[in-house]
Design a protein around this ligand. Sequence first.
Ligand SMILES: [Zn+2]
Length: 324
Amino acid sequence: MIIKQDLAPVLPGKNCFGRMNKKKSLVIHQTGNAARGANAQMHATYQINNTKYKDPREASWHYTVDDKETIQSFAHDVICYHASDGSGDGNMHGIAIEGCINADGNYVKSVDNMAKLAAKVLKDEKISIMNMKQHYDFARDKKNCPAQIRAGKDGIDWAKFVQMVQGYINEKPVVAGAKVEKPKTDKQLADEVIKGIHGTGAERKAKLGNRYDAVQKLVDDMLKPKPKPVPKPKPVAPNKEVSRSYEETGTFYPNTTIIVQDAPITSATIVARYYKGEHVKYHTVHLKNGYVWLQYKRANGQQAYIPCRTYSNGKYGPLWGTIK
Ligand SMILES: [Zn+2]
C-alpha cells in the first residue's frame, strides 16, 4: 500500500505531547464527519493548518484513511491528542488512525483501507493485534468511537474489522520481481520466428530488437537443409571370415605332422594325428576359423576334421602336403 506523507508540524503543547511515544497500542477512530469532501486530504490539511488558527483544537492523530488514499500526518514517535484520556495510555503510547465516513466516499472500501493500514502498522511496530483498541476503550464515558464500526454499519462490526486486519497481517508480502517473466531464450524466439509469430524482414528486426542477430543466426541454422550422413562402409573384421563348406572328395597326403580334431575349430578335442607319408580320404571341405578343414569319417565311425592350410580374408596359405 502507498502511504502519502503530508506531515504536520510537531509543536509540543499545541498539537502534541512531544516525541516519546512508546507505541504500545493502535487506536482506531472514525472521523464522525459524514460531510461530502470530508476525506483524508481534507483532514490531513486541517492538521497542517490547525496550529495557525487563533484557537487551535487540541486534536491530532497519525493517519487518516479514506476510500482512495492513506495520508500520514505524524511520525509514530509523536504523542498525539486523540484518545480523550489526557496523559493516559491511549494518548501517550498509542498510534492513531482515523477512518473517513464522508458521504461521497465508498464506506466499505474506506474501512478496508483502514484494515490494511492497521495491519501494516501492527506489523511494522510489532504491536499485538490484542492491542489494537477502539477510541472507546480509553474514554468509555464520553466517546462512541469508531461509531460506525461499533454499530456494525454495512455488516462490519468490531469483530469483523479485527478479522479483516488479521487477514492482512497473514498475507505474505509480495516478493519484488516474483512475477517478472524470465526472458525468452534464443531457441524459444527462434521457434517463434519459424512459426511466423515475429513476421519477416524489417518487422522481425523491429520485434526482436537487440536479440535479432543471435535469433536470426539460430533460425538460419535450424532451417539449413541437413546433409544426409553418408553411410560408412562397415569395416570387415579380419577374424569374421564368412565361413563356408562344400562337398568334395579327395585324398590328402600331409608332408608334416597334423593334429585331427572332432570339430573344425582349433579349440576342439584332439582325436588323432596324421604324419608325413600317411593319407586321409575326405568327403567335405570347410573354410572356417582360419583354416581349410577336410572332413572325413574315422574307422570308428566318428566324423573328424584335419586342417590342410591356413585360410584368412579369402587368402589361402601354402598346402601342408598334396591333394589327389
Ligand atoms: Zn475517536
